[in-house]
Design a protein around this ligand. Sequence first.
Ligand SMILES: *Cc1c(COP(=O)(O)O)cnc(C)c1O
Ligand SMILES: *[C@@H]1O[C@H](CO)[C@@H](O)[C@H](O)[C@H]1NC(C)=O
Length: 721
Amino acid sequence: MGILTINNKLLLALPLVLLCLHLKKKNLTPNRGSLLGDKNILLMGPPGAGKTTVGRILAHKLGLPAVDIDDDVLEPTWNMPVAAKLASVGGQRFLEEEGKALCNFSASGCVISLSGSNPLDTLAMQHIKRSGIVVYLDVDAEDIIQRLARMKVNRVVGQEAGIPMKNILRYRKQFYEKWFDIRVLCGRGETVLEVADKVLNVLERYNNPDKYISTRSNDASKSVYFSDVAVVGMAKDGGLYVPQNGFPKLEANEWVRLVDKPYHERAFVLLEKCIHPHDISGPDLKAMVMKAYGSNFASEDVAPVRHLMGNQYIQELFHGPTASFKDLALQLMPQLFAQCLPPMCNFLVLVATSGDTGSAVLSGFSGLKDVHKHKTGVLVFFPGDGVSEIQRRQMTGLWEGNVRAVSVGADFDFCQRSIKQMFGTPELTGHLAVEYGTLLNTANSINWARLLPQVVYHTSSYLDLCRGGVISFGDPVDVCIPTGNFGNAMSAIYAKSMGLPIRKVICASNHNCVITDFITTGSYNLHNRPLLPSISPAIDILKSSNLERFIYHTSHGDSHLVKELFTSLDRQQHFSVSEKLLEKIQEDVSAGSCSENECLEAIRAVYENTGYIMDTHTAVAKVVGDRLQDDSCPLIISATAHYGKFAPAVFKALGISGIPEDPAEQLKQLNGLAGEPGMHTELLKCLDEGSEQGQRGCEADYEKMVEEVEDMIQESFLKVV
Ligand SMILES: *Cc1c(COP(=O)(O)O)cnc(C)c1O
Ligand SMILES: *[C@@H]1O[C@H](CO)[C@@H](O)[C@H](O)[C@H]1NC(C)=O
């Protein structure tokens, strides 16, 4: 049973005592409150959020005393109604006195409804937050304004000064998001009973942090937390990590709340539902999301959607610093990664790349806060002749304290193999750990913290179409995605499992079409399938790693099957799924492939008809989308790169000869032609600078690459003494 005091006196407010006695008699329901021990449940939120009523309902359900700060603490302390106090002393004094009164109050094991203005006082909030879990009732501003008008409320600080309620609410939000432990996203028009049930659900989740398991073993005893999966790539059994209980689902009235929100707020609310506060607290997550999406993207909308033609829309995923969709994940992932690393060690992330990943990883890690930069670095090895001049300049242009790229005189496979060898050599890893306190790590595309942020932009494109009046929430859309490792496609499927009304995810391949063949036939077969060069190299793929998560998902977590199939792929280069599973796969996804000529022709045709220039990957999706989509709902095409990244092929498509040699000049010339999209300023800057930068090279020699690793550690991290 709860205990509470004000001014060191046991509180004897009459209604409260009656309530306690009443509950004592009726305490037949299981005491769910005991889950929280003697901690308080602190309900926080704007005036009119229903804190008092929800508090009473909760208290009753949990068999705990209810305390209302306004009625049970402030009014007895001041001996007058709160509204009268506000009217007599004014907003500023009111807040001070309210803060002092809260500092004098203590309680345990209660359901406490805070006042709407309590969170504005730092000392008071620090004091009360120590006593319990702060639950933020996040109610839509429109709902609040209507309720307050109905209730004729006259005790809101700021109101007396004539400030519009909308502005008061907007100002307050930052304080609620500073103090909360867990949010209840209230749907529009939700009743207090429904809100109370949601509070119970979020408390339940708070007490039982989300866990992750491997796609190859359902063994719950081996489950791990987000903090663990954010730093490792693969599970020990070779599987990939997935949430043990799937994704949280949002109801339509909750989704609708996100329609008029900017990208970073959508990201914050959605990621919060997928990352437990014990792993990353809400306020920390907010700071990371702001850092990632606040101003690093050239478009304010981060991943804007524009109309292309007919029922086709393009989602532009290339406004990040390195001009491919990988920025959407990699501006956030390094922050999640750095926060989840165990303390006391340095981490060096080793990456082998032949494409867009290198520059996106370098950019993401170079943006870390200083405290993290001192202990987290990236070293990218790329094949000297295996990347385009543009990609080379993008990578070598990013050379800072904790990030660097080294060109190796070998092919991609050699780079990849050498890194694997380093991880597999205990003498080396042991030496680096002992001598420099440094552990090696990878940040590859199977990492959960890379996949998760991508769920957000799929929801964002849908919500943008709602905001633009193209669809109403609940209407279906299809998305079409140029698919390589199946990360982008998988995150769309996860968005669907959160309740977003995506009808079909259409996967688009170039002539390396192993995924399309799998989705259309149920057989994944690497026999006689050489990797062919293409003009859309980011989707040149043989082993599509995230497909494992998809099969786990469609088979409802059949980890035996997943293990069997992917072991067979490793050993026999082949697997097939049953008719029944194939049918289920085809309920969610369809797939098609696009030839090199079709890709070029699509770039030309779209440019001629609309003035819009697509990159080669976007064009692959456009071709396949045209072929497979039936016009009965909007189609969102994932534009995964800016045309400037794959300029030579785009020149070819547009039939322009005499291409300038300098990539910066190529970009400028294409930009002169394009009606849309406009210049990618960051890309141009990188290409300009990259030409001046000296490039660090290294021979095709394992020992030399190890020296590069050691050099980097010595120059970047403090030596442990
Ligand atoms: C990485 C990449 C892709 C492939 O995305 P997956 O998530 O691996 O399927 C497509 N287009 C571009 C431009 C890329 O950089
Ligand atoms: C806080 O409590 C002390 C006694 O413990 C009392 O003297 C003081 O007036 C109280 N302050 C407020 C703001 O209630």
